[in-house]
Design a protein. Structure first.
Length: 336
């Protein structure tokens, strides 16, 4: 039985520095434990982040990772995932993956069994099936129910604009209107409808890896890809600097490559908390109310996190396991 202790991060402005280290977004403690146990039993940092994210795919963490969550406009669940080796800067990513539950496993297969970096859509699923992943229906009673309720509520909320019929009142099919209206994007995203797992592992020798896995955004337009599988947006890892992983409104966040920015700030000497804050601040300049958070860790095992204070996010929770704790600890940071 895992015990979780809540420790406010202001008590440790730089975080504890203790390697090895596992850190992940949101209070997904079983994922942290899976990654930590993998490291403890001799697995690599890549194995650790893969196992950690895979645990969330099995557990359907908050319904926002793995099968049976976030049905799109047609009711289908599709998955995005990415894994990055900070030693070699190799990456494997999949987006809009259909029918395969183990998206992070497929991302790793893209990295290790092809010369490519990123596969998307139906063809990514065919690749996965050829690599031995089992094709299954990702729909569950829960996702069917979410979809049915959404249809009953006139397809609200949705992510359409500049179309007829008026998407704020009606379901599609939609057609474009000729004159584009002012973009007054209202975020339909909040702590309940939207999160993802982003994970970093660093071993004693300073090898760094990062990974993400998500089922994206509830009621997304089919084909939509979030920030999670985008290299430098959802996560980034470089064993000469550190790693970062982001969570939140991917449609906005991917425009700023926040994970890459944070890693480069750490390379330039910023401590992880400062690097995380700089990445959030960059987005805030343009989208003051965006929903999002980021975790950062450097190669000495210092870590931090930051989040944007938004109507639905005032405190961000994340998990840490390191040799000082030897068990997953729940951490929190106040958003700014
Ligand atoms: C996305 N950022 O698809 C991802 C997943 C998520 O919090 O929910 N992040 O936008």
């Amino acid at each position: 039985m895992l015990v979780i202790f809540l420790i406010p991060s202001f008590l440790f402005p730089l975080g504890d520095a203790s390697l090895p280290l596992v850190i992940n977004t949101w209070p997904f403690k079983d994922a942290t434990a899976a990654a930590w146990n993998t490291l403890q039993s001799g697995g690599s940092v890549l194995d650790a982040v893969e196992k950690g994210c895979a645990q969330c795919e099995i557990d359907q963490c908050d319904g926002t990772v793995g099968y049976g969550g976030s049905p799109d406009e047609t009711g289908e669940t599709t998955l995005d995932a990415m894994i990055m080796n900070g030693d070699t800067i190799e990456v494997g990513a999949v987006a809009n993956l259909r029918r395969i539950k183990n998206a992070i496993g497929v991302a790793r297969a893209v990295m290790e069994r092809s010369e490519h970096t990123f596969l998307a859509g139906e063809s990514a699923s065919v690749f996965a099936e050829n690599m031995g992943f089992i094709a299954e229906d990702l729909t569950t009673d829960k996702s069917l129910n979410i979809f049915a309720e959404w249809l009953k509520g006139n397809c609200q909320p949705n992510y359409r604009k500049n179309v007829i019929p008026d998407p704020s009142k009606h379901c599609g099919p939609y057609k474009p209107i000729t004159t584009l209206q002012q973009d007054n994007r209202t975020s339909h995203i909040n702590i309940h409808s939207h999160d993802t797992i982003g994970m970093i592992a660093i071993d004693q020798a300073g090898h760094v890896a990062a990974a993400t896995s998500t089922n994206g955004l509830r009621h997304k337009v089919p084909g939509r890809v979030g920030d999670s599988p985008i290299i430098g947006a959802g996560a980034y890892a470089d064993s000469s600097a550190g790693a970062a992983a982001a969570t939140g409104d991917g449609d906005v966040m991917m425009r700023f490559l926040p994970s890459y920015l944070a890693v480069e700030q750490m390379r330039a000497g910023a401590d992880p908390t400062t690097a995380c804050k700089m990445a959030i601040s960059r987005i805030k300049r343009h989208y003051s109310e965006f929903f999002g958070a980021i975790i950062c860790a450097n190669t000495t095992g210092h870590y931090g996190a930051a989040c944007n204070k938004a109507p639905s996010l005032s405190t961000f929770h994340y998990m840490v396991a390191d040799s000082a704790s030897d068990t997953p600890l729940l951490k929190s940071v106040n958003c700014f």
